[in-house]
Design a protein around this ligand. Structure first.
Ligand code: 2HG
Ligand code: ZN
Length: 475
């Protein structure tokens, strides 16, 4: 079927509101947040219901039209953009954003895929519960994308990744069939765990249209501190001290470098460092409990006082109000935006065993500076679960394109360190387009073969998110 005919048939399914074809309307869907990729598309399809998604996917399958499936388009690895060849149509879930159900007794919520993570968190809070997934892009990232990429974020140390919160999924398969797996059971041991197959498949196996998410009791007490610490080793030591004190209280334990903090303070309006002196290393600690009078403030003060006395911690600021808590978190959550404003950077979203985080930071910094003198390592992230964003910012005043042209050399140098420390080349951002080339080396042999067989079984024509995750899956 020629594309003009297909697009008019699609309009028949989703209506005028559900179809964008004007290049000025489709432009935001064809580039990624990092501006690493610029794709092209004839149309962005925005269905408003699962039935419409199913009809769209069926029609595209019959026409042999590949689809780029997109949530909030916040991917760091080009996971949501259409290809440069212009053949892919973009399927956006953004108009599906209803809460279908919240049950504070079952502690579950059932939501459409296009709802933003922030809106879902707010809906859970309004029902007196906590949706315990928190990521820097939560204002834009959508539930479908969050699950499709198995997002991690700040609270993984306590609650796990997105996959761990998905009790049930509703999926539109590559041929347009709908699998209604929206069960809200804690125990359901009936064959292969299909929801875990789709979670983290980055849209290559099916389209997530809704999910049942596991909720947690809301926190009645939360305390947060920002500390300057002597070194990455000192940050790890501090984490161990909080673990020894009360591991169940740790809700987040984040590391930041002096370089990253400097960029936030320079580029993000309204940010200030609430400590007497800037430092080379920081830790952000959040303790939380569903119990009132859990004694978290005393816990925080007592661990920090001892760490100050032992010269692990240099200085600490404790949030005295919700506004101060938000201000401390902002210093951490604006890291990605600040680095983007500073210039070109190469991201390495890697994980190692928690105990190896200081080795990673030290060895990868040395490797990168050796490779590109003057380049600026900006390691930061989720120290409590071993996931560090080992980002490398271009040398000041250097040509950004020349720096970015060396991205594979930089990523390979960091990966060499990561491999030696028993880590992974992608901890939470996924594989997308950017890291498909790493798959044979890291996941080759039987593992990649299993993935290819699953892909062939569920999407034999290769129409769902071609070019993502699996190398050589381009149309
Ligand atoms: C975060 O933790 C995000 O803020 C983004 O995962 C990380 O910009 C990055 O590299
Ligand atoms: Zn992160």
């Amino acid at each position: 079927m020629p594309y003009a005919e297909l697009i008019s048939a699609l309009r028949g399914i989703v209506g005028d509101r559900g179809l964008l074809t004007d290049p000025s309307d489709t432009a935001p869907y064809t580039a990624d947040w990092r501006r690493l990729y610029q794709g092209r598309t004839e149309a962005v399809i925005r269905p408003a219901s699962t039935a419409e998604v199913a009809a769209v996917v069926r029609l595209c399958a019959e026409a042999g039209a590949p689809l780029a499936i997109q949530g909030g388009n916040t991917s760091m690895v080009g996971g949501a953009v259409p290809a440069e060849n212009g053949r892919e149509l973009v399927l956006s879930l953004a108009r599906m954003r209803q809460v279908r159900d919240i049950d504070p007794l079952d502690m579950t919520m059932t939501v459409d895929a296009g709802m933003t993570l922030k809106a879902a968190q707010d809906a859970a809070a309004a029902a007196g519960c906590l949706l315990p997934l928190s990521i820097s892009s939560e204002g834009s990232a959508q539930i479908g994308g969050v699950l499709a990429t198995n997002a991690g974020g700040n609270n993984t140390v306590r609650y796990g990744n997105a996959r761990d919160l998905a009790l049930g999924l509703e999926i539109v398969l590559a041929d347009g069939q709908v699998w209604d797996g929206l069960r809200r059971l804690r125990k359901d041991n009936t064959g292969y765990c299909l929801r875990h197959l789709f979670a983290g498949s980055e849209g290559t196996l099916g389209v997530i249209t809704a999910a049942v998410l596991r909720l947690a009791p809301r926190s009645r007490e939360i305390v947060v501190a920002l500390c300057s610490v002597r070194s990455p080793e000192a940050a790890l030591d501090l984490f161990a001290r909080f673990q020894a004190y009360d591991p169940a209280a740790i809700q987040a334990f984040e590391y930041m470098s002096g370089m990253g903090m400097e960029m936030v303070l320079k580029h993000i309006d309204g940010t200030t460092l609430p400590l007497a002196q800037p430092a080379d290393h920081y830790a952000l600690i959040e303790l939380a409990s569903p119990r009132l009078d859990a004694g978290l403030r005393e816990a925080l003060e007592s661990v920090l006082e001892k760490a100050l006395a032992d010269d692990i911690v240099i200085d600490a600021a404790l949030a005295e109000s919700e506004a101060q808590r938000a201000a401390l978190w902002r210093l951490r959550e604006e890291h990605a935006e600040a680095q983007k404003r500073e210039g070109a950077s190469v991201k390495n979203d890697v994980s190692v065993p928690v105990s190896k985080v200081p080795d990673l930071i030290g060895q990868a910094s040395e490797a990168c500076i050796g490779l590109i003198p003057g380049s600026r390592p900006v390691p930061f992230g989720h120290m409590g679960d071993g996931n560090i964003h080992f980002n490398l910012e271009q040398p000041e005043g250097a040509d950004p394109d020349a720096f970015l042209a060396r991205d594979h050399a930089i990523m390979d140098a960091v990966n060499e360190v990561v491999r030696a420390l028993g880590g992974s080349f992608s901890a939470e951002h996924g594989v997308g387009k950017l890291k498909t080339y790493m798959m044979p080396e890291w996941r080759g042999g039987a593992e990649l073969e299993i993935m290819r067989r699953i892909k062939r079984a569920l999407d034999p024509a290769g129409l769902l998110n071609p070019g993502k995750v699996l190398p050589g899956s381009m149309e």
